[in-house]
Ligand binder design. Structure first.
Ligand SMILES: Cc1cn([C@H]2C[C@H](O)[C@@H](COP(=O)(O)OP(=O)(O)OP(=O)(O)O)O2)c(=O)[nH]c1=O
Length: 195
């Protein structure tokens, strides 16, 4: 069966991963305030944002009178020492983030939300990632490729950074931005089987 949904995301990676599990979709991005609340845990933050992205998209659909279909949204964040590392605002910030994560483990959390039939269901995927030691020259060369700028934690495991990720414990697709296992579980719960 072909499943058709809205994807409330501008991330090309999320579209690519949805296609991987055979889901047909229309992109309908939503703009929400992504600020972290004081004292908010990263797991809470990604689940709240995924839910808010799906809800904002739902409101837009209703306003525009578009056909109703399930809405999928996600949010990814990188976390080191309990601190949330978002997208870098400058090369210097990207450098500092990568320097901090080199030669150690950090966590990546992705919240996924599916809005359908007046309900929003959410799931989280959390992964531990070990980055190799990196020299300042290697970090600078990586930043010069432009890959870090639109990515949480300043790296993309699916690109060049794959060359300095030693191990992961968890979900590769979760680190990339859309954990396909949890996504399929949410779709199944809504009666939409990908298989
Ligand atoms: C850690 C990591 C993050 N990322 C990306 C995934 C997300 O696109 C981005 C995290 O930012 P998000 O705020 O989760 O998503 P987004 O702003 O790109 O897209 P939208 O809100 O419209 O859905 O970082 C990778 O592509 N690879 C990685 O290894």
């Amino acid at each position: 069966m072909t499943v058709k949904i809205y994807l409330a995301s501008r991330s090309p990676r999320r579209g690519e991963l949805l296609r991987q599990i055979g889901v047909d979709f229309e992109v309908l991005p939503s703009d929400i305030d992504e600020s972290v609340r004081p004292g908010e845990a990263p797991e809470h933050y990604v689940l709240r944002l995924a839910r808010e992205k799906a809800e904002a998209c739902m409101q837009r659909l209703q306003q525009d009178g578009r056909p109703l279909m399930p809405i999928l949204a996600a949010d990814t964040t990188v976390c080191a020492d309990g601190e949330i590392l978002g997208k870098p605002e400058s090369d210097a910030e990207a450098h500092a983030m990568l320097r901090r994560m080199a030669d150690r483990w950090h966590s990546v959390h992705t919240g996924v939300a599916l809005a359908w039939n007046g309900q929003v269901e959410v799931l989280i995927s959390s992964t531990q990632v070990e980055m190799a030691p990196l020299s300042d020259e290697e970090i600078a060369a990586y930043i010069a490729t432009g890959e870090p700028h639109d990515k949480a934690g300043s790296y993309g495991i699916q690109g060049l950074a794959g060359a300095f990720i030693r191990r992961i414990e968890g979900s590769f697709t979760g680190v990339m931005g859309l954990p396909v296992y949890e996504t399929a579980q949410l779709l199944k719960k809504a009666g939409l089987n990908v298989l």
